[in-house]
Design a protein around this ligand. Structure first.
Ligand SMILES: [Zn+2]
Length: 94
């Protein structure tokens, strides 16, 4: 064990402070990322950021050590963008 020196250590605040519920999740994410090529990394981190909601590109960037710009350009579909704008409209009253 301990041979995975290429795996990025999570840099998010809770992980740096110590144990927290998502620590294992962050470790696994970095482990997976270390096995992927660059396009696949963008894909996965973009998905992670989207799942966590707006503004969490910064957090995913901290977790993975990737540049926010890299995460900001995931492989998106038109469907996803439509879904997002629909969600915004739904919050507004007509
Ligand atoms: Zn973390």
């Amino acid at each position: 064990m301990g041979a995975d020196s290429n795996v990025h250590t999570c840099g998010c605040e809770p992980c740096r402070k110590g144990d927290h519920p998502e620590r294992e999740d962050h470790c696994q994410l970095n482990l997976i990322l270390s096995r992927l090529d660059e396009q696949q990394r963008r894909w996965l981190t973009g998905r992670e950021a989207a799942q966590r909601g707006h503004g969490d590109i910064r957090i995913v960037s901290l977790i993975t050590g990737l540049h926010p710009e890299t995460i900001r350009r995931p492989v998106t579909t038109d469907k996803t963008q439509t879904k997002e704008s629909n969600g915004r409209n739904a919050k507004q009253r007509h």
